[in-house]
Design a protein around this ligand. Sequence first.
Ligand code: AMP
Length: 279
Amino acid sequence: MILIKNARDLVKLLSKFRSDNLKIGFVPTMGALHEGHISLIKRCITDNEICAASIFINPTQFTNLNDFNNYPSTIEADLDILERNGCNVLFLPSVKEMYPSDHKTKFYDLGYIDTIMEAAFRPGHYQGVCQVVDKLLSLVEPDRLYLGQKDYQQCMVIRKLIELERYPVEVVVVATVRETSGLAMSSRNMRLSPEEKLTAAAISRNLFYVRDQIENLPATSLKQGVTEALNKEGFKVDYIEIADKITLKAVEKFAPGSGAVVLVAATLHDVRLIDNVLI
Ligand code: AMP
């Protein structure tokens, strides 16, 4: 694996691959890699001649300094994981490299999706995500971009960014990888004790319950039921929403066959977790 820390070297290397007609797939991450990230890397390797990944804990997408300071970093282990799984190029930039002094903060007109759920609870979060993904896409110019369904709203935001900035890239969304308990794998899970991890599995259990009951019970009572169940387990629930899978507009009455997604964000002892299931 080739490790690159500066943008100019990255552009040079990738343009060489491109001129050799090699397809480039790209997996952006914030590190602290787990099986979820690895599934993106594996899919990227299957689909492309070159798999490029990045590790960058992007300060502009954190809306809480404490969260940023506590974000796990396991670079040595990450390098080993990427190497062992066959990643070809790792871009590991510094904050200065990504945001040089002449960096211009853009505003991305994302519309409705930048007003709801994660955007409402973390104002400015998706603008920060767009700053970094825009910069990464302009450097990497991948043929395909690999994203996890785990961050469903983020996938919609990045699709919108790609449309706004007209990047000629195909987005591949990879299914969420879960622990056997059902808990969605996340770098943030490292901050949970084994007991808390078991408790945290209540999130996915409740999502699966909504998925299985959506045709039998009204959306409002399902959402209220999940909120109460999670509160009882000690979570602080930010939102539980049943939404159209394309527009993310709330679904009041589920019509069988229509595409919907159930999304939840809840905090357990200071660790904020998000998850979703498609119906
Ligand atoms: P992160 O490092 O959390 O920014 O995530 C980097 C990429 O990995 C994003 O596209 C995430 O959606 C994806 N990802 C994170 N957790 C999982 C998971 N459990 N299963 C599949 N993809 C994931």
